[in-house]
Design a protein around this ligand. Structure first.
Ligand SMILES: *Cc1c(COP(=O)(O)O)cnc(C)c1O
Length: 634
């Protein structure tokens, strides 16, 4: 084994990939602590371990979700700057209007932080439902910022949009299904101020990656060419042709290949130009979302990555639209981006603590055998003591056979439980030794490579995959994972991470790696009495909105952390996570119902003489106070 002196923070950044997927925001300090760089400058760092310890002192233990609002500002600036640069480079006359799709993260502190940092870029909002519209209407936006309304629209949603338009907002209702046109025309008859209209077009081009289905001719949304022409005609007849100012498309989230984006933009720009040439006064082309996040740092078109940069994306969008519009001789549109994942993914991380290590397959035991009657166990013991670098392959195959024989003997009732246990112990000792010897071998069989993968530890972490990493269990999406301490110390173990739900899906067994997925994460040994904490990163997009209450594990504590001008990290706001009483109430087990149930059970025990009144009161008080505790392990 290599000496720990050769390992340092830079080696940890390389090993875990912080320098590849961190986008300049993450790194390891010389003290081995995970650090966040709010301005992407390593000299101005937030020490994550120190923040977590401060929160614990204040009574907010792990799991805790840390939000870094300055990273939201960094991403807004990065998107706008990329488009500004591209427009300058290609001499693009239209403007750029980012809107934040609120479904990506509806938490008020997140939306407000984004709007604040996006103010100078006139960041607007994209909403996909009436409730999201109601939220957007209540938020302060810059005067020229847009609110784009997507999603299924009924009269109620459209009236809510008209209400916002009456407040002087720039509202664009995007018609994405033919029947929404009637609803829009009806609303226009009812309302004094009619919001602007857009049309979502259905493209041939589709995205790539896990969300590819959202685009293409068979997608759930968008008008085909004939429907588009029909819609224009009907708006004309209704006297609302002037309201139509925007064309929109969205080919799905996390588009992994730039080629797909170029194709879609070219196709959409062509449709835009042709519609303008029909005499419709369009002004905006909305290119939707889909701008990827490089979760695994590979810069490839793998599902967890993307084969382009933000600047390349902006360049390709701007260039393609300009080229098509020049050809068609129509003015270039103002461009709208609905990128949400790219804006929010980086800003939050979940920190959890490892509670226990479950060794799946026993450790290395002594092969000594005394007074053993079972021949299989004696054989197993001899194999374990005799295995060497020369014979490991053969001895391992022998052990497989002895194990079969042991199993049959146990089935026939010939072995005690103690003997069975001894046999299992010896078998895994042989496996460990065989794997160790195989590493020294010149030609290492695939068999031993596979075997080694099974030998890692399982660390049980205080969190719920279902609450905090929903896309991991539903879509197998990978998120980077890193210990937050001891990053200056070589991790000598490998572990998969299990959560505390009783669902076998509640486990993380795939980890990011630039070339291949890893089944286990490099971790350090657990030291008694010393917390060992692990962070799941890049959780800011979609995970907050989709998390569920599996096993009634609820929302985790949250803290907003900023770095001030003096370089001091400040915990700006802490929002306590849900209590057991809160998550129970979400399913009808309100506190009143629960307490009433307990009281009748207590009354029966009192009546039966099993409890006196005082004891019953104590139990009730204990139950009540349990309801107010955090749903996770304390
Ligand atoms: C979800 C969604 C987005 C956001 O996509 P990202 O990939 O997160 O940028 C944008 N527009 C529409 C219409 C969407 O449904």
């Amino acid at each position: 084994m290599k000496r720990t002196e050769h390992f340092n923070a830079a080696a940890a950044e390389e090993l875990y990939g912080l320098n590849r997927w961190g986008n300049g925001y993450l790194g390891a300090g010389a003290d081995g602590h995970l650090q966040v760089y709010p301005d992407a400058l390593p000299e101005r760092a937030i020490d994550v371990q120190a923040v977590v310890e401060e929160l614990a002192r204040r009574g907010f233990g792990t799991p805790v979700l840390l939000r870094f609002p300055q990273l939201l500002a960094g991403q807004v600036a990065s998107l706008s700057t990329a488009f500004d640069r591209a427009m300058e480079e290609f001499d693009y006359p239209g403007g750029f209007h980012p809107v934040f799709p609120i479904k990506v993260n509806q938490n008020r502190p997140v939306v407000e932080a984004l709007l604040q940092s996006g103010w100078s870029h006139s960041l607007g909002l994209e909403v996909g439902s009436c409730p999201e519209m109601l939220a957007a209407t209540s938020l302060a936006l810059p005067p020229d910022a847009l609110t784009i309304c997507n999603g299924y629209k009924d009269a109620g949603y459209l009236d809510a949009a008209a209400l916002a338009a009456r407040l002087g907002r720039k509202i664009v209702v995007v018609l994405e299904k033919p029947f929404e046109l009637d609803a829009y025309l009806d609303m226009a008859r009812r309302q004094e101020v009619v919001p602007l209209a857009g049309i979502r077009i259905r493209l041939q081009a589709r995205g790539s990656g896990l969300w590819e289905k959202s685009g293409g001719v068979a997608s759930k949304f968008g008008l085909g060419t004939a429907q588009l022409l029909d819609a224009i005609e009907r708006l004309r007849q209704g006297g609302l042709e002037k309201k139509l100012v925007l064309l929109h498309f969205h080919i799905g989230s996390q588009v992994t290949e730039i080629r797909r984006i170029k194709q879609a933009v070219r196709e959409a720009a062509r449709i835009y130009a042709k519609v303008v040439r029909l005499g419709v006064g369009l002004q905006y082309l909305d290119v939707g979302g889909g701008l990827g996040v490089d979760y695994d740092g590979s810069r490839t078109s793998s599902d967890a990555s993307m084969n382009y940069t933000v600047q390349e994306y902006a360049n390709d969008v701007v260039y393609a639209v300009k080229e098509v519009c020049d050809q068609e001789g129509v003015p270039a549109p103002r461009l709208i981006s609905e990128s949400g994942r790219m804006l929010t993914a980086y800003h939050s991380m979940l920190v959890t603590d490892v509670r226990a290590s479950v060794k799946g397959f026993g450790g290395d035991t002594s092969p000594e055998i005394e007074n053993e009657e079972s021949m299989e166990i004696r054989d197993m013991g001899e194999t374990a003591s005799g295995i060497t670098v020369k014979n490991y392959r053969e001895f391992y195959h022998d052990a497989l056979e002895y194990r079969e024989r042991l199993a049959s003997a146990f089935d026939l009732g010939l072995l005690t439980l103690r003997q069975r246990a001894r046999g299992e112990e010896l078998f895994w000792t042989i496996v460990r030794r065989a794997v160790r010897f195989s590493r020294a071998a010149k030609f290492r069989g695939e068999e031993f490579v596979e075997l080694e993968k099974k030998l890692h530890e399982k660390y049980v972490c205080n969190f719920s995959v279902f609450q905090s990493l929903p896309d991991h269990f539903s879509l197998d999406q990978l998120f980077p994972v890193v210990p937050i301490q001891r990053l200056n110390e070589r991790p000598m173990l490998r572990a998969s991470l299990a959560d505390i739900t009783c669902d076998s899906e509640g486990e993380v067994e795939k980890f990011v790696h630039p070339r291949e997925e890893k089944e286990a994460l490099e971790v350090h040994d657990l030291r008694p009495g010393e917390p060992y904490r692990i962070a799941f990163l890049l959780l800011g997009a979609y995970q907050d909105a989709l998390g569920d209450l599996h096993n009634l594990f609820g929302r985790v504590h949250e803290a907003d952390v900023v770095l001030d001008a003096n370089g001091e990290a400040r915990i700006r706001e802490v929002r306590p996570g849900e209590s057991a009483g809160d998550t129970l109430a979400a399913f009808g087990f309100t506190r009143a119902v629960l307490v009433e149930g307990l009281q009748s059970a207590l009354a029966r025990q009192i009546k039966a003489g099993q409890l006196d009144r005082e004891q019953a009161e104590e139990l009730l008080a204990a139950y009540r106070s349990r309801l107010e505790t955090y749903t996770y392990l304390s």
